[in-house]
Design a protein around this ligand. Sequence first.
Ligand SMILES: [Mg+2]
Length: 175
Amino acid sequence: MKQILDRYTKEQVKKASQVNAIFFDVDGVLTDGKIIYDDSGREIKEFNVKDGLIISYLKKAGIIVGAISGRESEAVSKRCAELNLDFCHQAILDKGSVCEKLMTHYKLKSKQVAFIGDDINDLPVFKKVGFTICPADAMFYLHNRVDLVTFTKGGKGVLREVADLVLAARGWLKL
Ligand SMILES: [Mg+2]
């Protein structure tokens, strides 16, 4: 029977076992990157229930969870509130410095932080954290710059895959 950790390298499991916080981009990570506009110009986005469900498990395990997004939309604010994230920072131009401030605020060392991003504006964050991750369908040049390319594509449960890995590596999920 295949277990969660069997899918990953020893190095990836080791990095996951040190994680106390998971920060992530929204468009292309929690969503597939599509932005739909309705007639009034309001943005419509599609989120995956698989990502939402695991957040309560992460929080129970004491893991800090939050979004750092370059864009801003009501749909994201609503989803972040619904998921009870520790923070949801939107319209962030310099994600690297926001990440650094968050690490100081929560007293996190770089090895304790995982970040999931899918595009070039996420590269500055990758320089700050110990466990760098991109979805399977991220821009190709991110693939060889991260510690883990998830099996999952953006919007299909990328956060869920990472959360499962972290919870399993820390011994809180035995599947
Ligand atoms: Mg993105």
